[in-house]
Design a protein. Structure first.
Length: 440
């Protein structure tokens, strides 16, 4: 008889590549361009190179944790094993903030893309509808969700390659270096959250690790292929778009790629509207993938006692955590009416780098534990996790410095969560770990 809180193992490397790229690929469609507004093209390029180094070193290090501890809690489980319930709480809080607050930004952009295509459709109508539709799709099962995500991700990647092919002939170096660093070195640090947005979410593969066949073999393949794909797309899109004309006109909108196509081909060209239409694929892929991520994090926290037990209940027919999906969706819908794209990107990025920091510290501690074993070893250990940790801390300082109020809200929420945990739940916490279930 199946455990009422067990998940279905159905994922292979191609599904993981689709989830890894799909989680992130909306970052190539919008959000990153806001970095131009605070750093200029060259300043933001420097920010992106710094963050690319962060993610390369982080992903290689994180892959060891994910493949050795394939748990739906992902970072929460690693920090729990390294530092106990309090470590798990901090990682779980940061991961939930990252994954729950990233989808509203994408929902806003989905609404903006649809509004660009048809001015009669309000942005918020599309955003709200997206939450309802994709929560239902996710409830229908992880394999169906992963296949859907894979198809949409492939279409999104092809579209970005098409975009680069269309704009490349119009690229001019003089456009890219026009007013390249209007805010000097400080702009580089101010732009870090928007550079993070180019890769934010790839760690979400960890949240489906319990649903992977042969995790020690397949997780590294999916992660590393996904990271390589994203680096090539991010640099190609950002550099080529910056050289086609006045980049400043693209630095504050939620649909930069259709606007860039319009600059190259003209407003009335047939490809302009077609591109905006198929551009929805990239946003849908990330939106859908992030829903998978936050639902598994909520599910894992509930299963271990950090949240009410109802959120670890699994749908009898589809074997998906339906109540966790609904909770994350409700929080996302509420945040749609309280924030803007810039705000949710910044707070999501802050959650991400806090989680990256505690994950790297967890790896460094676990490697000293004689009972810890892993078939995938972090290359250049301990330098990769140390570099990832150092750059994550730099990002935390930069985000806090340039976003004081949002940072206060983030850390006040963490403090409140910790106080509630200490007063009500600490004695009942136990990391769910059914080794027979995890390593079949």
């Amino acid at each position: 008889m199946e455990n009422k809180t067990s998940l279905n193992k159905a994922l292979k490397p191609i599904h993981l590549w689709g989830i890894a790229v799909g989680l992130v690929i909306s970052g190539e469609y919008f959000g990153w361009n806001l970095g131009w507004g605070v750093a200029g093209t060259v300043g933001f390029l420097v920010s992106t190179i710094i963050i690319t180094i962060l993610y390369v070193t982080f992903v290689f290090s994180f892959t060891e944790l994910t493949s050795s501890i394939p748990h739906a809690g992902g970072p929460f489980a690693y920090a729990y094993k390294a530092f106990g319930p309090t470590g798990g709480l901090i990682a779980g809080y940061a991961t939930c903030i990252e994954f729950v607050f990233a989808p509203p930004a994408i929902a806003f952009s989905l609404g903006s893309y649809v509004h660009f295509l048809c001015a009669d459709i309000p942005v918020m109508a599309t955003a709200v509808g997206s939450y309802i539709i994709f929560t239902l799709i996710n409830i229908m099962g992880i394999k169906a969700s992963a296949i859907f995500n894979l198809v949409v991700t492939l279409l999104a990647v092809l579209e970005l390659l098409l975009f680069m092919g269309i704009v490349a002939p119009s690229f001019e170096y003089k456009n890219f270096i026009a007013n390249p660093m209007p805010f000097g070195l400080q702009g580089i640090f101010a732009a870090l959250p928007f550079a993070i947005w180019l890769f934010l979410g790839i760690e979400g593969v960890a949240m489906v690790s319990e649903e992977v066949q042969h995790p020690h073999k397949n997780i590294p393949k999916g992660y590393l292929l996904g990271m390589g794909t994203l680096i090539l797309l991010a640099l190609g899109i950002m550099i080529l778009t910056g050289g086609i004309g006045n980049w400043e006109s693209l630095s504050s909108i939620d649909y930069p790629l259709p606007a860039a196509i319009k600059m190259v081909l003209g407003e009335n060209h047939q490809l302009t509207k077609i591109f905006a239409g198929i551009g929805l694929f990239g946003l849908i892929a990330s939106f859908h993938g992030l829903i998978i991520g936050y639902s598994r994090q909520i599910y894992a926290l509930s299963r271990s006692g950090f949240l009410p037990s109802i959120f670890s209940k699994v749908n009898v027919r589809f074997r998906t955590p339906h109540w966790a999906l609904i909770l994350g969706g409700v929080i996302g819908l509420l945040s749609l009416f309280t924030g803007t794209t810039l705000i949710v990107i910044v707070i999501s990025a802050l959650g991400a780098v806090v989680m990256y920091s505690i994950s790297m510290v967890s790896l460094l501690k676990l490697k000293k534990d004689i009972t810890y074993t892993s078939r995938f070893k972090t290359p250049f250990y301990p330098w990769f996790p140390l570099i990832a940790l150092l750059l994550s801390l730099v990002c935390i300082v930069a985000i806090v410095h340039y976003n004081i109020i949002l940072s206060i809200v983030f850390f006040a929420g963490l403090l409140l969560t910790w106080l509630i945990f200490e007063l009500t739940s600490k004695k009942n916490i136990q990391l769910y770990n059914d080794d027979e279930n995890l390593f079949d």
